[in-house]
Design a protein around this ligand. Structure first.
Ligand SMILES: [Zn+2]
Length: 632
């Protein structure tokens, strides 16, 4: 029923769109309002019209694995056995958690690294006999081999199992009770993972369960091993029974309905545990392993305070939140609904009074972002649009909860940005849709209209507490230079937000154990217990948190994403080479225990080291850092 409504709706929207386009052709740039909106239901800012330029959505260009092909022997090597796979999910996951890696299709090249991950499968179909033999020898010669979906090729003995049994009936898996690699995974939600939720009755991804594995790191619910572990002297071999790239993309693409347990407000590290396991394996196996931290300036939690301004009273109250944030030296992100039309949802509030408040938010140093114009629940079903939508001709009208006319995705994005930019003096880069309605084409539409950071998903429906890069059409093969910062805590669930402060601080504590990020969403429709929550939350996390707006953290994260990190061992320490194409301050490195910075042989000043955490000042271009290892 829902689907047929959507199809009908799209039809109606297209029809009205052509009416609007018709008006454009007939009347040129004269302001034309569709007949169904009365003048008193439309706020006209005299002399304001635009944007003038046209938006062109770029075509989909598949990302080549060679984009991740460079790097030294210190990196994790991914031996890609099938380029037509979900490798981009794995690449984005490793980027998020901060493991330096490179992709190769050359077995010999891969085996010059100390840690090799074979993806997406090992079998006689994808690798020739001599390559399989070389892989089998690798752990015996002291290397660490991670095989994903090891289904053939005679490597059973190397990985320590008898048979790989395929099934679509496995839902849960549990980590082994005690293994040094799993030492940091202590929460029950980290020790009990899932590939699906049985009660949902939805088909889940296929997995391979390994039989007769002696000391597996994880087991499926049917008792077969999900992650084997075989020790060969110094070498190690791990067979993972599922396609981790595919699983990661289910979260990042928001297509993991069968895995999603809660919407928000909960700690759910379903994807993060896998990335932390890979990080643990890499840091243990790689001599001189250096990984990239996830939180600026060596803190353990990134916090973004965000506000959706989508109600008449909210735009005025927003200033109270902003004044509090400014008093604390914080910058909040205010997603503004550009509401210049009165409709089913609400009255007009993006008017002369409203834009004065928007200007005041900018004056207080706050970041402004877009929260669309129509704030329609069915934004996800809007047509893409023409890329020529402009104020005041663009007049989306919400008729009820499931119907909006004259509306398009590009219209919502480009016209809201134009008006917020115009009245705030900023050039906005952050976006959150009304009702978190998420069109498949949103990544490329955002990119085309000048946005860089999205806060559209929730942490729980994307299954992660780390930011991640988005893909074209939320599919598998084309990355888009756009990052998602999912909502962690919001204010609409009951009990009321003011009563949920201890729960939220507990979620913060869980996420802060591994450098996750937390986006807090507070609608400023009231002050009262919501503002009290914000104050209590800020006080509660202040000792461990780095605070920033979505734009600030987004710029940091995007710059971090481009950093190249390599290590050359020297003696018992090593020389770290970092290349940052964009200027970025507060990057952190996690170095091996016992490493001490040698400032006299490093090309940067003002580096701070606390234990294994090294915080860098402003960084741009290539730099080297020398470390010596204390003798133990
Ligand atoms: Zn909203």
């Amino acid at each position: 029923m829902e689907r047929s409504t959507l199809i009908r709706l799209t039809g109606i929207a297209t029809l009205f769109l052509s009416v609007v386009i018709g008006s454009w052709i007939l009347f040129g740039s004269r302001s034309v309002q569709p007949t169904e909106i009365a003048p008193q239901d439309f706020h006209r800012f005299p002399g304001v019209s635009g944007p003038d330029h046209a938006t062109v959505v770029p075509p989909r260009v598949p990302t080549s694995w060679t984009a991740y092909g460079e790097g030294s022997k210190s990196r994790l090597a991914i031996l890609l056995t099938d380029p037509d796979s979900s490798w981009l999910g794995l690449a984005h996951g490793l980027k998020s958690i901060g493991i330096p890696f490179r992709i190769t299709r050359d077995v010999r090249e891969a085996l010059t690294h100390q840690v090799v991950l074979v993806y997406p499968t090992i079998s006689g179909k994808v690798l020739p006999p001599e390559a399989l033999r070389a892989l089998a020898e690798f752990p015996k010669a002291g290397g660490t081999l991670i095989g994903m979906q090891v289904v053939g090729g005679g490597l059973n003995e190397a990985f320590g199992f008898r048979e790989a049994v395929a099934s679509r009936q496995r839902y849960d898996l549990r980590l082994a009770d005690s293994d040094p690699l799993l030492a940091e995974l202590t929460d029950p939600r980290e020790r009990h993972l899932r590939v699906g939720i049985r009660d949902k009755g939805v088909e889940v991804m296929g997995t391979y369960g390994y039989t007769d594995s002696a000391a597996p790191l994880a087991r499926f619910d049917d008792g077969t091993a999900a992650v084997t572990q075989k020790i060969h002297g110094q070498g190690r071999a791990y067979a993972i029974g599922l396609d981790l790239g595919f699983l990661l993309l289910k979260g990042y693409n928001n297509r993991g309905e069968e895995l999603v347990r809660t919407f928000d407000n909960q700690f759910d590290p379903a994807l993060d545990v896998w990335l932390r396991l890979l990080k643990s394996i890499y840091r243990t196996a790689q001599a001189g392993a250096v990984t990239l931290g996830t939180v600026p300036f060596g803190k353990s939690l990134s916090v973004m305070l965000t506000h959706d301004v989508d109600f008449t009273q909210s735009i005025k109250n927003a200033v109270d939140y902003a004044e509090y944030e400014r008093s604390q030296g914080l910058v909040g992100t205010y997603f503004i609904q550009v509401k210049y039309i009165r409709d089913y949802n609400d009255d007009i509030f993006f008017n002369d009074e409203g834009v004065a408040y928007v200007a005041r938010l900018a004056e207080l140093g706050m970041e402004l972002g877009s929260h669309t114009i129509a704030h329609s629940r069915v934004f996800s079903a809007f047509p893409m649009g023409t890329g020529r939508e402009a104020y005041p001709a663009y007049a989306p009208f919400v008729k009820d909860r499931t119907t909006a006319v004259n509306a398009s995705i590009l219209g919502e994005l480009r016209v809201s940005k134009f008006l917020i930019d115009h009245f705030s003096g900023q050039s906005i880069v952050s976006f959150r849709p009304g009702e978190l309605s998420n069109p498949f084409s949103l990544p490329q539409a955002l990119l085309a209209t000048g946005y860089r950071y999205s806060s559209t998903a929730t942490a729980n429906n994307s299954l992660t507490h780390l930011p991640y890069q988005l893909n074209y059409d939320r599919l598998t093969d084309s990355e888009v230079e756009l990052f998602e910062f999912p909502v962690t805590i919001e204010d609409e669930e009951l009990p009321k937000m003011g009563d949920r402060l201890p729960d939220a601080l507990e979620v913060a504590r869980q996420i802060g154990r591994y450098g996750g990020s937390m986006v807090v969403l507070i609608h400023p429709n009231i002050l009262d217990h919501k503002l009290a929550f914000e104050k209590g939350f800020v006080e509660g996390v202040r000792p461990v948190a780095w605070f920033g707006s979505v734009g600030e953290f987004g710029r940091w994260w995007a710059a971090r994403n481009r950093v190249q990190l390599d290590v050359a061992p020297s003696g018992r320490g090593g020389t770290v080479t970092m290349t940052a194409p964009e200027s970025v301050a507060g990057l952190t490195l996690e170095v091996p225990g016992g490493w001490r910075l040698d400032p006299s042989h490093s090309s940067l000043k003002d580096i701070e080291q606390r234990g294994t955490t090294v915080t860098l000042p402003q960084l741009k271009g290539a730099h080297t850092l020398a470390f010596t290892a204390a003798s133990r």
